[in-house]
Ligand binder design. Sequence first.
Ligand code: KIV
Ligand code: ZN
Length: 523
Amino acid sequence: MINNAIRRIKIFDTTLRDGEQSPGCSMNLQEKLEVARRLELLKADIIEAGFPISSPGDMESVKAIAGIIKDSTVAGLCRCLEKDIDAGREALVHAVNPRIHVFLATSPIHMKYKLKMTPDQVVEQAAASVKYARKFCSDVEFSAEDASRSDPDFLCRVFAEAIAAGAGTVNIPDTVGYAMPDEFGALVRYVREHTPGIEKAAISVHVHNDLGLAVANSLAAVAAGADQLECTVNGIGERAGNASLEEIVMAMRVRRDYWHTDTQVDSSQIYTVSRLVSQVTGVKVQPNKAIVGDNAFAHEAGIHQHGVLENRETYEIMTPESIGIPKNRMILGKHSGRHAFDEHLKELGFGLDAKTRDDVFAQFKILADKKKAVDDRDIEALVMGVSATAPETWQLNRWVVNCGSTLSSTSTIRLRHKDSSYHEQVSVGDGPIDAAFKAIDYIIGKEPVLETYKLNAVTDGEDAQGETIVKIKWQERYWNGRGVSTDVVESSIKAYLAAINAMEWELSAGTGKPEAVLQTESR
Ligand code: KIV
Ligand code: ZN
């Protein structure tokens, strides 16, 4: 309870698990660590850091996140299998507040076709797994996958056994985004009223957005007595995504009068965490997205602008500052000094170490020479290009491409290896970027598959920077890379090298703990 009238709802963020597992949203270790730090600053109650048994990368990142997060609970997802729970236990061993999150499907279709188990076997396995997990961890959550398509009485039976075995939270997922708000609220109420022992556990919901109802369903669950909401930043997640953290939080904050609930989230962190997730995944936020879209606080129509100038509340139900959009977007140029630049980095929430600040400032000066006005989006892109990236095994020294409609594209690439040796290669390709990537492949002695290539303008205008996001695949593993430059060939080369450096770093034996250079500060 926040006070007598307002009930506190816990926020369980699964951006790094359900969000990250969706196509095109993968993040490298440095990026996951940075997102986790931001979520802790935002005061998410629980951060689901990954699915430890699913890959060595997930195991490593859950371990690393568990090692740095102190205030939020860190959860690891496990199937109801001992080997999964053992992996979860290993990954969370250094967490201050660990949570093992086990799940098993309870709907007829999942039990019959996916699990090939009878309902009795499901009950038994759920209870046994919770019991096993409780041997290592006092905080265990049990999720009944596809709960919204399960028989409500069976759901209550599974939950009752899970609670008796020691689950402190039972989660009702709308795994396929099928439920309607009234129906979902009724299911939560039914579970609350018909599950023996439910008073010993928190009720959680986890909702997908296939019919665009994830937030509505989450709020309906709150009205029916749910204690915890599972969600992701920008709503990223499997298929149409998960319930969006920022929408859930702000709906309850702005309409506390209606819901009589709130969260402990520091809403002034919302904007930066949203930008960060968009930057590191390369998944743009749609301009009209509620709360964090570029147009969410833009007033185009003259009559609206007039109203807002007279009194903001005519057309604004919340302020941009309440989600952390800086009041005055600062435009910096080539005459901006170091002090103003450092101050502005702090205002944007980037608490960088001295070396990273120097590197970002050097990049800023180069950019300011090419671009008249450098705005916050440019600076964020520069920061993300310099930090939250893996150490450079390969550094771009220089490049040349020749291309045109009457000749084959050729490139000459010169890279510097971390052992200080220089390597140069000429290559022909199907276009300048292909030629450049082929030359790099030759130098590094590997041919990763280019799974995704995206090119966007960071800002508007003729002199806008190009931001390239690539995803590469090598031996069934994926890495992202991002590059920014006013030249699109250069941004592409930088992005490809960033992905290669992430790959080399993770593949190199005994990488040890990452030396994260990016640290966040509260504003
Ligand atoms: O959607 C789902 O059912 C899940 C569970 C693992 C909680 O993600
Ligand atoms: Zn899910």
